[in-house]
Design a protein. Structure first.
Length: 394
């Protein structure tokens, strides 16, 4: 195995079990590892630190995965990690919920591997060269552990570009998923389009937050922005919302939401779908003088990296300012950020700026986080990407 030697003083993160080593921390390499090859990472004094994937095309040159020198990273090692990840989520799957994230990359010591279960199908995102090199082994192990009807590749994320990997999508094994797979979450049925849907097919990371917010929805007039397949819309209707307006720019999202409304037998007169750019539509609502009791803002990732933070902060501030202006006095704003570069304290500051610009006083009622199938390792705080606030706007 090839040794990668870090510069003096650059070993602290690895010793604290942080999984990322940037290229600038590397002093020398004893050999020429291939991208995705497992290497031994050592300190400047030749002390063993960890094993990890190497990639000279990525700014994160080393993705660490094992800190015990006596371990061998082979098929049995991957099997143990997969079994541990799957077992830790087993209690989440039941008659009311048959979809969740089974493997969450670095959080489960498998950097670059995301596995989502949708009823009898699995959706994979492979985002590192290291996992790409063992893709067939991973597929075999998933077949052995879970016996799914089919395994579908959704590795089209931008993260693959950073690893010098091309986007891939398609059937990996078993049956091709039908156009719509029916899954259940919190007792609500959804039609999921794995092949054409966003990310891996469905945002199961908002499962807990949907239920929390829905408890406030009885007899309320709700605006669900960036509604996608209708998670917040459907939960609000289930919990007795008087009416829900759902906005998304995607035609597929609006079509999928229509399927989901019909699937659950909700009264169509209690819901209105609008296909439009959310920011434009919020301005239209403001000009029309429309008001809502609850506004949900669940936008896409505005800050994919720290370099985009300033621009993202302006976008989050303007979006939340508009949301606050559409609320009845004492109304509820549920606002989220899925940008890992935006931590909770920064997000709170952005919302404070939005409140100032809107001329509103705002109380924090609750803080939202990602659910337990998206765990955060204490040694890898960057894994905490989803955060949100439940606010009362006075």
């Amino acid at each position: 195995m090839i040794d990668v030697i870090l510069k003096k003083g650059k070993e602290k993160a690895a010793m604290l079990h942080h999984p990322w080593i940037f290229s600038g921390a590397i002093d020398k390499i004893k050999g020429k590892p291939l991208n995705g090859e497992i290497v031994k990472v050592c300190s400047a004094s030749a002390e063993f630190l960890a094993y990890g994937y190497y990639n000279d095309q990525s700014r994160v040159a080393l993705r660490l995965m094992e800190w015990e020198e006596s371990k061998t990273i082979d098929k049995e090692w991957y099997q143990e990690k997969l079994r541990n990840a799957i077992a830790s989520r087993k209690h989440l799957l039941n008659a009311d919920t048959n979809t969740c994230r089974l493997v969450f990359s670095e959080a489960d010591f498998l950097p670059g591997l995301i596995v989502d279960q949708y009823a009898d199908f699995l959706s994979l995102q492979i985002l590192s060269a290291g996992i790409e090199n063992v893709k067939e082994e991973i597929i075999d192990l998933l077949k052995e552990e879970l016996n799914p009807r089919g395994i579908f590749d959704k590795s089209d994320a931008g993260a693959r570009k950073h690893e010098n990997l091309e986007a891939t999508q398609g059937l990996l094994w078993g049956e091709t998923p039908p156009e719509f797979i029916e899954v259940r979450e919190n007792g609500i049925a959804y039609h999921i389009n794995i092949a054409d849907g966003q990310k891996s097919g469905f945002y199961c990371d908002q499962r807990d937050n949907r239920e929390i917010l829905a408890a406030y929805s009885k007899d309320k007039n709700v605006l669900d922005c960036f509604c996608y397949s209708g998670g917040f819309t459907l939960n609000s209707l289930k919990h007795g919302a008087a009416h829900v307006t759902s906005v998304d720019s995607s035609a597929l999202a609006i079509e999928t939401l229509a399927h989901n409304l019909e699937l659950n037998g909700f009264d169509p007169t209690q819901q209105l779908s609008i296909q439009s750019d959310v920011n434009k539509q919020l301005r239209v609502f403001k000009e029309e003088g429309k008001k809502f009791d609850i506004v949900v803002l669940d936008p896409p990732k505005y800050a994919p990296s720290r370099s985009a933070l300033d621009r993202a902060a302006r976008a989050y501030k303007d979006l939340n300012r508009l949301g606050m202006l559409l609320l009845e006095k004492g109304g509820i704003l549920a606002t989220y950020s899925c940008s890992g570069a935006v931590d909770m304290e920064t997000f709170k500051q952005i919302i404070a700026w939005a409140a100032l610009d809107a001329g509103k006083e705002v109380q924090i009622i609750k803080q939202f986080h990602q659910p337990e199938d998206h765990p955060v390792r204490l040694s890898f705080p960057e894994g905490e990407y989803l955060k949100g606030l439940l606010l009362r706007v006075l």
